[in-house]
Design a protein around this ligand. Structure first.
Ligand SMILES: [Zn+2]
Length: 306
């Protein structure tokens, strides 16, 4: 498995030898059970093995591109209403495992759930999140540059518009309620403007916002969202590229600095045991301690921009 991942990475590196210095490619969650493009979509269990492989892949990818740090699109304007720095936290890749999703709902701050379509507990988690006053968004699988399977419901570059839109609608209607969308993988698809236009037209029609996970330095998603009047914001920091307590704290601290500097920051993590335990430990009393307020991601996506 590792050899295959490394081989794919080598191909990616060869194809992208000149990345922008301040941006990163991060497909943040390789699918360890369906690396073959020919394999049928598989449900990824949230097992220690799956976690380990995912983390390994993230470490490899980020080793090649470095950490993304950039200002969020539009969000600074919405923060002007308050002088208190705000932090939006999203946990991606939910839907396979109920107990981990439930822990996100029960976090002592409004952490946003990004739920994969066509997964075992997607509908249950979205319903329970809504009942608890939390926000659930669709974690939309998209084609990545390494030809790893993004999982069921993925959007691919070679789909004609009819197939693309039918697949997208199948995902948007798969579970509810949702208020927005972010991308799962997508380091290839988000660079394609026509496909991002198709996506944003659908989101505009449904009044959904978009969070660009920025898995490619060349992402067109935020630009397309802006043009189509879709409220949007972009990820600043990935919380759990590495799962040691020191690395988690360091990434979290970078997000706090970003929030203080720009007024807002968007932090994305994954449902690893270490990540959830870290957030459960660090979130209580955060605002009193650090002066940064955790808010639902819906509050950061540029109100008044629709
Ligand atoms: Zn993901």
């Amino acid at each position: 498995m590792k050899r295959i991942a490394l081989g794919l990475l080598a191909l990616m590196l060869a194809a992208c030898s000149d990345p922008a210095p301040e941006t990163a490619v991060n497909d943040e969650s390789p699918d360890p059970v369906s690396e073959s493009a020919d394999a049928p979509p598989a449900v990824r269990p949230a097992t220690p093995d799956a976690d380990r492989l995912r983390v390994e892949w993230m470490r490899i990818e980020h080793g090649g591109w470095g950490q993304a740090e950039h200002k969020p699109a539009l969000a600074s304007e919405s923060a002007e209403a308050s002088d208190r720095p705000t932090l939006g936290i999203i946990i991606d890749d939910l839907g396979h495992n109920y107990s981990r999703g439930r822990r996100v709902i029960d976090m002592p701050a409004p952490v946003t759930l990004a739920i994969l379509p066509h997964t075992a507990v997607a509908a249950r988690l979205a319903k329970e999140a809504n009942a608890a006053g939390r926000i659930a968004i669709l974690h939309l699988p998209m084609q990545n540059g390494a030809n790893l399977s993004p999982g069921p419901g993925a959007l691919f570059a070679d789909m004609d518009r009819e197939t693309f839109s039918a697949t997208l609608r199948g995902n948007l209607d798969d579970f509810g309620p949702i208020v927005g969308v972010n991308n799962h993988m997508g380091s290839l698809l988000t660079t394609l403007r026509p496909q991002m236009n198709w996506l944003m037209e659908e989101l505009r029609g449904r009044d959904l916002f978009f969070v660009d996970s920025r898995t490619s330095a060349q992402t067109q998603a935020a630009v397309a969202a802006q043009e189509h009047g879709v409220a949007h914001v972009s990820r600043n920091v990935f919380l759990d590229n590495e799962l040691t307590p020191q690395a988690l704290q360091s990434a979290f601290d970078r997000a706090l600095v970003e929030a203080r500097t720009n007024g807002v920051a968007v932090l994305i993590g994954h449902p690893h045991e270490q990540t959830l335990a870290f957030l459960e430990q660090v979130l209580p009393g955060l605002e009193q301690r650090e002066g940064v307020q955790v808010v639902a991601i819906g509050e950061l996506v540029g109100q008044g921009k629709r």
